[in-house]
Design a protein around this ligand. Sequence first.
Ligand code: BGC
Length: 561
Amino acid sequence: MSGIKPEPGWYKDAIIYEVHVKSFLDSNRDGWGDFPGLTAKLDYLQKLGITTLWLLPFTDSPLKDDGYDIRDYYKVYPSYGTMEEFQVFLSEAHKRGLRVITELVMNHTSNTHPWFVSASSSRSSPFRDYYVWSDTPDRYKGTRIIFSDTEKSNWTWEPKTRQYYWHRFFHSQPDLNFDNPKVQDELLTVVKFWFSLGVDGLRCDAVPYLFEREGTNCENLPETHTFIKRLRAEIDREFPDRMLLAEANQWPQDVLPYFGEGDGDEFHMAYHFPLMPRLFIAIAQGDRKPITDILQQTPAIPANCQWAIFLRNHDELTLEMVTDQERDYLWTTYAEDPRMRLNLGIRRRLAPLMGNDRRKIDLMHSLLLTLPGTPILYYGDEIGMGDNVHLGDRNGVRTPMQWSFDRNGGFSTADPSDLYAPPIQNPVYGYQVVNVETQIRYPTSPLNVLRQMIEVRQSSHVFGRGAMTVLHPKNRHVFACLREMGDEVVMVINNLSDRTESVLLDLSRFRGYTPVELFSQTPFPVLERAHFHFTVSPYGYFWLALRPPAFSVRRRKRTGR
Ligand code: BGC
């Protein structure tokens, strides 16, 4: 029996948890996480309060890009389990009311995909035109290289058929040719296959790069929008209530068209990439300006659409959507060791980025859970896991989940040498100290505080759906805003600095209202004057419901915080 009811706009009230099947729990002692393992941990996720899981790629692949190089769109990678085990996982998630988002990698396949194997074996292959070929590497010169640390060109020579093929990522990931209607149809078939199985949403990878046109930067082309509109129309017809999330690492005004502008007829959701690094600048500088600036530059989106916001994910903390100056600042502040840098980004997890300062980690979660959009948490960050710069590429932030202080952090009972990657083992972040079992046992652990924040957020639609008004007190160390929906008003105050700050807020609109602290339900003094003075501890935060005079303030038993 499914606990999922059709619910228009469900993604607006979601809390998404990003997880790698490989990294969560190994049920068969082969050293790799798998679907039965993930299924066994659904109760943990349900208790955390998340509503939706986003799974990293899990279909068959040579894993040159951790599964984003797909060899077979229809087969589960054997170490992760079988299709039946995926289906059991999906139905167990649904039983608990948890939705599931999987990956749709459309832009490219692996070079071991049978389409490319055939296409690269002969110019007359029926699949030749599934990919983008050229006699010279000089076409589309205006296109940037994304994996700049490893790739020198977006073209790679294919010796057998003596032409170059186009790729925006690793050369082992040839780009599909979306000008070929057969490619479009193939991908629509993939989409329908996964939606027919019952997945609730697809995270559409690398969307801006589907088409190529001379004289452009080959990003965000009109042809891409035409295709996405077609995809959306077919989904709406056959699979209402499903969600499409765009990965478009672009400025907000360039992401806007991916929502379909006025019509809302493309993606339901898109990541807000530029917000993320600015949260890290703001907390490092103790200044709200980077946040208020980017919010100001963020256009309104259609009513049925939603931003997806995040602090960290499986990739490097990308610094593409910042100025050169901001990037230098972030690199010097957060990646003093050159091994922490990758491409245009920083390959570290949240806790180490915050110097393992609990106050800063909690404050970042306070921002994530109260800014407009749907928050995405990255597995392991709920317990403050660390990273490992010695592992190549982005693998240092994809290490095994730390469940307990047992062997391999409780992730697997295999021999440690058989694990897909070593768990974190150091005195600060090692599984002996940072693990779920320990954190469940005391109420102020990172896990329990985050769980409580999630519970409060989920007690109202105001955070996922409400309007936001930024307040502009003189004290720039404080970022404060109002979230409002109907009669409900929540004021959030975040102190970005390492000192106690006092802040005077203009609350003339709310004279006579009572602020009620949402974690403890403690009423503050009634707002009697136009301006109200708050004192906030270093990196402290308040979430305050502003209750009108008639509202009876019910004082609940104090909770852990
Ligand atoms: C994913 C990366 C991946 C790339 C190529 C990105 O957007 O997040 O992990 O390497 O797409 O598929």
